[in-house]
Write a protein that binds this ligand. Structure first.
Ligand code: ADP
Ligand code: MG
Ligand code: MG
Length: 930
């Protein structure tokens, strides 16, 4: 999602494009938006049209920060490009020419000049949201054999000029002309050419800065030959051919594999498209008074309010993140370039004040003068998000509602993730240290390559991906790994970036690690570890340990569930509690839990659940020797035998419910009656059947026969749910008695029990009628026997389409509906969840469905049935209570959807309760802002 960054300007969902487009000249719609010298066509709210980078370059220009001039080719051109067989709208060229003229005026240079200072360009991609590593930037565009001489002449800096030209050919050759590593090649061909040259001339790997102008010139020659050799084409000399080629490559890269993988993971629709930014170059590589850097206005790993980043003297931007040279911490800029540093600190403050959020910036200093090249809301870990949001409320920069919105619900679980057990860590040996790039604890088997890491993870192994440094090709492996460890790279390296974004535990730049990809070993302090050996990393402090280390619950879990005082005193715990207080203040939708035991109930209540939305009674039948009584019941040949067996189960169930009521402290509990097909309770193996026969004193054949009898071709659609209670009413009777007796006992013992009895799999009103009649009968009897009134209600699950479609009829009997979205999804889609693994991947890749419908509600299909059921249910019973108890209850998007539908609660597993609470609060806040 495009984040709203500007507070004042309307951040409309519709691209502001439409208006200017309508106003555009007779030549056609406006495709090019310029900025420079304090003026900009666009602004920060126009991310849909200009992409994130373009919109913010315009915004920074408007607030008078030093931004080199340029223009953005809109995302509409990208859409046009793909809709029209990769061609451009006719009026684009003229608009680009006007954009170039604007830059020439401001810079006082000329594009393609062979005399005087030539205008050189950076061609930069820019989707709405940054997509790290996905799109490639081309710098120094506009150079050719003639203009490079003009550059030498104009700057009197021969080495610099040829360095620029060499870089340009390398980037353009790679990105636009496709000169890349071939299958079987270990090295990038350009890097290989440099390597070979250095060894020929210097007999070793000298630093790039040691290369002379003549060396760079020689490399230009070799690079051109390489391009010719690999592509059969000459390197383009005409600057406009270069510019069109570069822009096309940016649009083209929107559909490359890496971009697609990334979009699939983050649910970014391909229709969004990318913009292209064309910007005048400024030079960080002119000498020791120049440099390039990247920084965050606050620490994005742990949230501390400190300037955080790195820079390189005498370098162009890509060098900082490429890991070729090790950058310096940005704080050292204070000594290296005090004036620029002071200016940068001012910019830091201005940006935070203006964007009201932590910014991730890119800058270049050219001969002492600072230029801003990018700003965006910084990606952050969950821990940092929490601290930023709490701190910024204190600083009166944002409201508490904004603070709630700033904590991504789907990242909240990171805060609950385990940390290393303190006692275990004391015993462990630190073998290396690096930068703490992604907080948390991870233990796993070491793998040195993404493919093998993925394979191992697929086999269920816990994996640590260990690389010298990572690159976008490693993305799949990073997703599969528990943690990422690199030997090289700083806080803005690819590994750190991705880890922050995905919430992976990460230690990067652990320089003492010697990684040998060929031998598949990592050696440190004289000891080697191979693939499959265990290492552990702590991404909160940057430590690497030998072996496996046991983990312990996070401070939040320890504080909430175990009442641990030390944990409760931590800042993290207190911040979490504050956040949840705000959530409670905002929310409309309450959060219940799915719990089958008193322990789970207690946990969920500690997390803030206000009741149980689903207790699955069948789980209770598996414990201890209850299963024997259950099996006896199933094997019984007549009513009397069945009732005898059920009578044995009754006290167990009653005790269970009593325990749950006690743990609930007066909150309501929705209790679902027996749901799964009976054969699930019978033993399948011959051995187990013999065992059971002996125990029950029956012939094994009888058991075999019954198993055979109960066999179903399609159990999900078979003899289950209320169908069991219809055929065997005595089961319903026993369960009703257990619930209601427990409720009566609990009430007597002083906890107010509020059972909500839920009949599953109802498609016909009559099914429910029959079951409810039994419940009421039993209730009357129990109340009389126990001489107490029980506060109970009876309702149903809406989980098959017929139930949803006839909800008006069903609501005559049902006092509440709970959407069982697991089965409702299976029956609406006609898709078995357990069998969907074999094709769902292909479905998602083909974008038939954007998300797994069993994890996130299919809002168009299943959601529509829910809507129908709600409307019809309310026609009959206006105040009918509505909830949801499928797995979807813990999925942020589904929770937001439930808020929209006007449900009164969602229910999810205990550990998902905080996530659901946050999502519910966010839905309410977003609603109130409309
Ligand atoms: P990415 O999206 O990969 O960060 P950018 O378009 O931001 O790509 O470009 C990468 C780097 O190239 C920037 O960090 C910056 O240092 C350098 N760069 C981009 N534009 C310019 C420019 N106009 N002048 C000098 N360097 C630039
Ligand atoms: Mg890049
Ligand atoms: Mg950038």
């Amino acid at each position: 999602m495009a984040k709203k960054t500007t507070a004042k300007k309307p951040a409309g969902k519709k691209p502001a494009a439409k208006k200017p487009a309508a106003k555009a000249s007779a030549k056609g719609p406006k495709y090019v938006y310029t900025w420079g010298a304090g003026k900009a066509d666009g602004n920060g709210s126009m991310k849909n049209l200009l992409g994130g980078k373009g919109a913010n370059l315009a915004e920074m220009t408007r607030i008078n920060l030093p931004v080199p001039p340029g223009f953005t080719i809109t995302t509409e051109v990208c859409t046009y490009y793909y809709d029209n067989k990769r061609t451009y709208p006719a009026s684009l060229q003229a608009q680009m020419e006007a954009g170039v003229v604007n830059m020439e005026k401001i810079m006082g240079t000329k594009f393609g000049a062979t005399n005087g200072m030539p205008l050189l360009l950076a061609v930069r991609s820019g989707a709405r949201d940054s997509m790290p590593g996905m799109m490639d930037t081309i710098l120094n565009l506009g150079l050719n054999d003639q203009s490079v001489l003009a550059l030498v002449e104009a700057t009197k800096n021969e080495r610099f000029a040829w360095d620029c030209y060499r870089r340009f050919i390398q980037m353009f050759g790679d990105v636009v002309m496709g000169v890349q590593k071939r299958e079987g090649e270990d090295h990038d061909p350009f890097e290989h050419t440099i390597h070979t040259f250095k060894h020929e001339k210097y007999h070793g790997d000298v630093e790039d800065s040691k290369l002379t102008a003549a060396d760079q010139q020689e490399l230009v020659k070799r690079f051109k030959a390489l391009v010719k050799d690999r592509t059969g084409k000459a390197f383009p000399n005409n600057p406009w051919d270069q510019l069109r080629g570069a822009a096309g490559a940016v649009f083209g890269s929107w559909m490359n594999d890496r971009a697609k993988v990334y979009r699939a993971k983050y649910n970014i629709p391909s229709e969004w498209g990318t913009a292209v930014n064309v910007q005048a170059m400024v030079f960080g590589n002119t000498g020791d008074t120049s440099g390039s850097g990247v920084a965050f206005t606050r620490n994005p790993a742990n949230g501390v309010n400190e300037f955080y980043g790195e820079f390189l003297i005498n370098a162009q931007g890509e060098d900082v993140v490429a890991g070729v040279r090790t950058p310096e911490p940005v704080l050292k800029l204070k000594d290296a370039m005090p004036k620029s540093y002071a200016e940068l600190l001012k910019v830091r403050a201005t940006l935070e004040k203006h964007f009201k959020d932590v910014q991730d910036i890119e800058f270049t200093v050219q001969e002492g003068k600072l230029f801003m090249l990018q700003t965006r809301n910084g990606k952050r870990t969950a821990a940092a998000a929490l601290k930023f949001s709490i701190d910024m409320v204190k600083e009166k920069l944002i409201s508490w509602e904004t603070a709630v919105m700033r904590n991504p619900a789907d990242q909240l679980e990171q805060l609950l993730a385990p940390i290393f057990d303190l006692n275990e860590v004391k015993k462990a040996t630190v073998i290396a240290t690096g930068l703490p790039a992604g907080p948390g604890a991870a233990t796993g088997k070491v793998y040195f390559n993404a493919d093998r890491a993925v394979q191992a993870a697929e086999k269920g192994e816990k994996v640590l991906l260990v690389r010298v440094e990572t690159s976008p090709e490693d993305l799949r492996g990073m997703i599969a790994a528990e943690g990422i460890l690199t030997a090289r790279g700083g806080v803005s390296s690819h590994a750190a970036l991705v880890a922050r974004q995905m919430g992976k535990v990460c230690v990067c730049g652990a320089a003492s690690l010697e990684i040998n990809y060929d031998k598949k070993t990592v050696t440190v302090a004289g000891k080697s570890y191979g693939e499959g050996d265990y290492l552990s990393i702590d991404g909160t402090i940057g430590a690497v340990y030998a072996g496996q280390i046991a983990t312990a619950p996070s401070e939040i879990i320890a504080g909430l569930l175990n009442g641990d005082k030390a944990s409760q005193a931590t800042e993290k715990f207190k911040s979490y509690v504050q956040l949840m207080k705000w959530c409670a203040q905002a929310t409309k939708l309450s959060v219940r839990t799915n719990a089958d035991t008193p322990e789970q109930t207690r946990q969920a209540i500690a997390f803030g659940a206000v009741g149980i939305g689903l207790t699955r009674t069948e789980h209770m039948f598996f414990e201890g020797d209850r299963i024997d009584a259950m099996r006896e019941m199933i094997l019984a040949g007549n009513l009397a035998d069945r009732e005898a067996a059920l009578a044995k189960l009754l006290p167990y169930q009653r005790d269970d419910f009593f325990g749950i009521f006690k743990a609930l402290k007066g909150f309501p509990a929705t209790i679902r009656f027996l749901d799964p097909p009976l054969h699930e309770f019978l033993p399948n193996s011959k051995e187990a059947q013999l065992d059971l026969a002996k125990k029950l004193g029956v012939a094994v054949e009888k058991i075999e026969h019954r198993v055979h009898e109960l066999h179903e071709f399609n159990p999900m659609l078979g003899f289950r749910g209320c169908r069991l209670g219809i055929k065997f009413p005595e089961i319903t009777r026993m369960q009703a008695r257990a619930v209601l007796e427990a409720a009566a006992d609990a009430t007597k013992a002083g906890f107010k029990a509020k059972p909500e009895i839920m009949i599953p799999l109802v498609g016909f009103k009559k099914e429910l009628d029959l079951q409810v009649e039994i419940v009421h009968e039993v209730a009357a009897a129990v109340q009389k026997e126990k001489k107490t009134k029980i506060n109970y209600s009876v309702g149903t699950m809406i989980e098959i389409p017929r139930g949803a479609l006839t909800a008006d009829e069903i609501a005559h009997t049902a006092e509440f509906f709970s959407f069982g979205t697991n089965d409702l999804t299976q029956t609406t889609l006609g898709m078995s969840r357990d069998d969907s693994g074999s094709f769902l991947g292909a479905y998602q890749e083909s974008e038939i469905m954007k998300k797994n419908p069993f994890a996130s509600i299919d809002q168009t299909g299943v959601g529509q049935l829910m809507q129908i059921a709600i409307e019809k249910g309310r026609q009959t019973r206006p105040d009918i209570k509505l909830g949801i108890c499928g797995e979807h209850g813990g999925d942020p998007d589904s929770v937001k959807f439930c808020h929209k539908l006007g449900l009164s609660y969602v229910s999810c597993s205990p550990y998902r309760v905080p996530v659901a609470r946050l999502a519910a609060a966010q839905a309410a806040i977003a609603d109130s802002k409309k």
